[in-house]
Design a binder for this molecule. Structure first.
Ligand SMILES: [Zn+2]
Length: 134
């Protein structure tokens, strides 16, 4: 077993190896393999194979600069997508803890903690007072 590992290590010298993009490709491929068990459509299996092949191609590639660049692009995109979800989660958390009211005279948004009964709200922008249930 250690002989095999040694040979594999030698094989991987100067090659790019795994990164986040490869992990994602493998993940997609596995999901597709699983989906292929139920979907009676050969394209699902073909797509799974393509993702798997792409992953191995990238891992064994010797063009390290290019693969690194691809991964950078992927990580940026990944961050942007997860950022949307993070913002959503934050909004939902805020909605659970606070009520957002608009000032009736200047429509400034005002955040009021929930569960305090009827409260008098003083607008910090225009100074108007109004009563709302929190
Ligand atoms: Zn106001």
């Amino acid at each position: 077993m250690s002989r095999f590992r040694e040979r594999f290590a030698r094989f991987m010298v100067g090659r790019y190896g795994a990164d986040k993009l490869s992990q994602c490709l493998i993940g997609i491929s596995l999901v597709l393999v699983f989906a292929g068990l139920f979907a009676r459509n050969p394209w699902v299996d073909i797509l799974a194979f393509i993702f798997m092949a792409l992953c191995y191609f990238r891992m064994f590639s010797k063009n390290i600069g290019k693969r690194f660049e691809e991964n950078q692009k992927f990580e940026r995109l990944f961050f942007r997508i997860t950022e949307v979800f993070r913002k959503w989660r934050f909004k939902i958390q805020q909605m659970r803890q606070y009520h957002i009211y608009k000032c009736p005279s200047c429509s400034q948004k005002i955040r009021i903690p929930r569960g305090k009964g009827k409260v008098s709200i003083h607008c910090p922008k225009c100074g108007a007072d109004f009563i709302k249930k929190s």
